[in-house]
Design a protein around this ligand. Structure first.
Ligand SMILES: [Zn+2]
Length: 311
């Protein structure tokens, strides 16, 4: 079997094997019975962060519905069922900064790779829904404020009855190799010195994901690629992406010419060169919650030390 075609497994935010139980989203009776049930668990999201749990079985501090009062939140979502227990999330507006209160809380980027499979799925879903609701309060057709329906899985315009669903933006990310199996890593203009990653970008309207890989890599680095192979995906709700991971091969002879607007610098790294650069601090890699880190490790052939991540 060709190693280049081996898929990525166990991506940090793609592990959530939760039962989304979509059949209950419009069942008001079932939802209110569940909300009254003593076993039901509620996740409280404030500015996209959760309070960390104290129990060995749970990294998230789950609440009972009786612990949350309506004054505490703006949006309520039914996330699904885990072991037949209903799980909900309540979210407060994104503009509710209480610096003191946020100190004791963590975001999905920080804890995503340490959560259990189920909690990773539940938190990723809650963050994605919260981000969408917070920025889509009005009807895109007529501007009327919309209302949340289907337990948070849609919004409806009361003026023209139009329905609106949570948005997910496909983005591609690719580890590109050259003829010597060196990996192409670049630093975005907006990133601090030494932060390097694989190249990525959004899929444009009317474009296939594979074409987006070829276009983005060429635009950002000047490198032409062919043989684009899909490896796996994970949700990346910051605020609304679905990352599609690829392995791609550079066309022989194509040279690096960074665009200077999105990518400040990019280089080819052999495995030995990457180790040397990481050890010296010359290169810092994306964290283990990202698909970029997993693409790099898949190419490298093993996990890389946590201390080589960005702080
Ligand atoms: Zn409308």
């Amino acid at each position: 079997m060709n190693a280049n075609r081996q898929l990525l497994a166990g991506l940090a935010l793609a592990r959530g094997d939760i039962d989304r139980a979509a059949e209950h989203r419009d069942d008001i009776q079932w939802l209110s019975d569940s909300w009254a049930h003593a076993d039901t668990r509620v996740l409280e999201l404030i500015n996209g962060t959760v309070e960390l749990g104290q129990s060995a079985s749970s990294a998230i501090a789950w609440l009972s519905p009786t612990d949350v009062t309506q004054a505490d939140w703006t949006d309520l979502f039914f996330l699904g069922k885990v072991d037949a227990v209903a799980h909900f999330a309540v979210a407060s507006p994104l503009e509710a900064p209480d610096a003191e209160a946020l100190l004791a809380r963590s975001g999905l980027r920080e804890i995503g790779s340490t959560l259990s499979d189920a909690e990773a799925g539940l938190l990723t879903t809650a963050v994605a829904l919260a981000n969408w609701h917070a920025t889509h309060r009005r009807c895109p057709r007529c501007g009327t404020p919309t209302e949340s329906i289907s337990a948070g899985w849609a919004r409806r315009c009361p003026a023209d009855e139009s329905l609106h669903f949570p948005r997910t933006d496909p983005a591609v990310i690719a580890l590109v190799v050259d003829a010597d199996d060196r990996a192409l890593l670049g630093r975005q203009v907006a990133w601090p010195e030494h932060f390097f990653s694989t190249l990525a970008g959004f899929v444009e309207a009317g474009e296939s994901a594979e074409a987006a890989v070829r276009r983005e890599v060429f635009e950002e680095s000047g490198v032409e690629v062919d043989d684009v192979t899909y490896l796996g995906s994970q949700p990346w709700p910051f605020p609304a992406s679905l990352m599609l991971g690829y392995h791609a091969r550079a066309v022989p002879g194509s040279e690096i010419r960074v665009d200077g607007t999105e990518i400040a610098e990019a280089y080819w790294y052999s495995r030995e060169e990457l180790v040397t650069a990481c050890k010296s601090g010359e290169v810092r890699l994306p964290s283990s919650v990202s698909i970029a880190r997993r693409l790099i490790e898949r190419w490298f052939g093993s996990e890389l030390p946590g201390e080589w991540s960005r702080p």
